[in-house]
Design a protein around this ligand. Structure first.
Ligand SMILES: *Cc1c(COP(=O)(O)O)cnc(C)c1O
Length: 413
């Protein structure tokens, strides 16, 4: 039987780190009739969302919007700026960085994959998957590239497979300190509109993002925010591209239209999401996620389980990864929680399969939905025979009760 035929009472707890729960306001906006994508109203919608999304990326430069998942926007970033055989420097923060690296190989560029080489007590096979990008490794590598063969540095801002957020401004500083001309490309598919991000100020050349995480939309649109240097590189880049090509999109976007049929109803949703996010104010949005993350981490700490991110200075505000004790299959715990409590958690991806699960704290959430998530996880861990040091539910309630929402808790720990 197709389980989609089954409608349990109450809301499903979609606590994976994307797709995130979509606010009813956005779902309603998306239910408006589809309009003519060449008609006059469409141009107004196009100009509104193109202007609004620039504010979210914090850029004055063009942002391309694709009717595609984030993976498409990854491909667009590489295909628009590079030529066959170009070297790119990528950094292994986790599964998503690894997938982008694999894509670069398939496209015919030559990626070099830097990784943290230290030790790790809990996950000795994946020490770099518990930490952020180390800018000094990038600087050292670029200094050695005296022939300037490396054309781009690619990093993931919020590594969704681990719950680690890297310092992008520091990566830009490292590139500049080496005096290297490589472009900086950043994946903030799961960071945008949840974690602080500044495309222009941080000197990013291409930022890649998607709709279904911090923007609180369903999956289906993705983005490339550009810089003047990226647009310049685009003129000489030789990788084949047609659908992804920036030049026609940027030209037609000037009047609010696209060279092909854009995703009209998702753009209604984006328009609504922009009203919500910009209306709340980006700094308030970031503070809200930091506060939620701190509450969820207090629960994990009370359980006595290790957080996937080993460096408290780079905890993700978007999700928290939890390492299960040796011998406990994290996916079995996840499945049990799903079947008993109608709560979805993120699986351990790639090198982390079976060793951890991920709790999302993004999208249409609030203190009580997060306490409920913590309760579902706590029940599931106990039912799975995991010995817990204390109650995470109590710790999360205490945290939220003693840290009232407001703009002051941006760095709450
Ligand atoms: C979700 C995600 C992706 C993949 O995006 P899709 O929309 O699934 O194609 C890539 N990178 C990161 C960091 C992500 O969180």
């Amino acid at each position: 039987m197709l389980t989609l035929d089954f409608h349990p009472t109450g809301r499903h707890f979609l606590q994976i780190p994307g797709p995130s729960p979509v606010p009813d306001r956005i779902l309603r906006a998306m239910s408006l009739p589809t309009i003519d994508h060449r008609g006059p109203e469409f141009g107004q919608l196009g100009l509104k969302v193109l202007g609004g999304i620039q504010q979210i990326f914090k850029t004055k430069h063009p942002v391309a919007i694709y009717p595609a998942s984030g993976t498409g926007a990854w491909e667009a970033a590489l295909a628009n700026t590079l030529s066959p055989g170009d070297k790119v420097l990528m950094y292994e923060t986790g599964h998503f960085a690894s997938l982008w690296n694999k894509m670069a190989l398939r496209l015919g560029v030559v990626p070099e994959f830097l990784a943290y080489a230290g030790k790790d007590e809990h996950l000795p096979h994946a020490p770099g998957w518990r930490r952020g990008v180390q800018p000094d490794l990038i600087e050292d590598r670029l200094r050695k590239d005296t022939a300037r063969e490396i054309k781009a540095v690619c990093v993931v801002h919020n590594e969704t497979s681990t719950g680690v957020t890297s310092d992008i401004a520091a990566v830009r500083k490292a590139i500049d300190a080496a005096g290297h001309p490589a472009l900086l490309m950043v994946d903030t598919i799961s960071g945008l509109a949840s974690a602080d991000f500044r495309h222009d100020e941080w000197g990013v050349d291409v930022t890649v993002s998607g709709s279904q995480k911090g923007l609180m939309l369903p999956p289906g649109i993705s983005f490339n925010a550009l810089s003047p240097r990226a647009l310049e590189a685009n003129k000489t880049a030789k990788l084949p591209r047609a659908f992804w090509a920036w030049d026609e999109i940027v030209e037609m976007n000037k009047d609010g239209y696209w060279p092909y049929t854009p995703n009209t109803n998702l753009l209604y949703g984006l328009s609504e999401a922009l009203d919500m996010i910009l209306g709340e104010g980006l700094d308030n949005v970031f503070a809200r996620h930091q506060r939620w993350a701190a509450g969820v981490r207090s629960a994990v700490n009370a359980w006595g389980l290790p957080i996937q991110c080993a460096d408290p200075s780079v905890y993700s505000p978007v999700l928290t990864g939890v390492i299960t004790p040796e011998g406990v299959d994290a996916d079995a715990v996840r499945r049990l929680i799903h079947s008993r409590f109608d709560l979805s958690l993120g699986t351990g991806l790639g090198k982390l399969k079976g060793r951890m699960f991920r709790m999302g704290h993004l999208g249409d959430s609030n203190d009580l939905t997060l306490v409920a998530m913590v309760a579902g996880v706590e029940m599931g861990l106990k039912l799975s025979g995991v010995k817990l040091a204390g109650s995470g539910v109590q710790a999360a309630m205490d945290h939220f009760a003693s840290h009232p929402a407001g703009g002051a808790l941006r760095q709450a720990a």
